[in-house]
Design a protein around this ligand. Structure first.
Ligand SMILES: [Zn+2]
Length: 81
């Protein structure tokens, strides 16, 4: 049986099915899933910041459409959240 649970793309905040996520990355012992090449490349460029956003599990996280302003806000001023 394959694992098929919903995961959140840490870049755009979109909820995606793990089995259907086209891309993933292993970062700091956690696996992150992405909806698109664009999101994967953004994550690669600043993996620590995106992983930190994902760990915060903020309200509104997982909503579509992407990208949520909250990610931009975090990347600009992480201490403000
Ligand atoms: Zn995405």
């Amino acid at each position: 049986m394959t694992t098929n649970r919903d995961v959140i793309d840490p870049v755009c905040g979109m909820t995606i099915s793990m089995s259907q996520a086209p891309f993933n990355r292993l970062h700091a012992a956690a696996t992150y899933y992405f909806c698109s090449t664009e999101c994967t490349l953004k994550f690669d460029a600043d993996a620590d910041a995106y992983a930190a956003v994902a760990r915060l599990n903020l309200p509104g996280w997982g909503q579509t459409p992407h990208p949520p302003a909250i990610v931009e806000q975090f990347l600009r001023a992480p201490d403000q959240l």
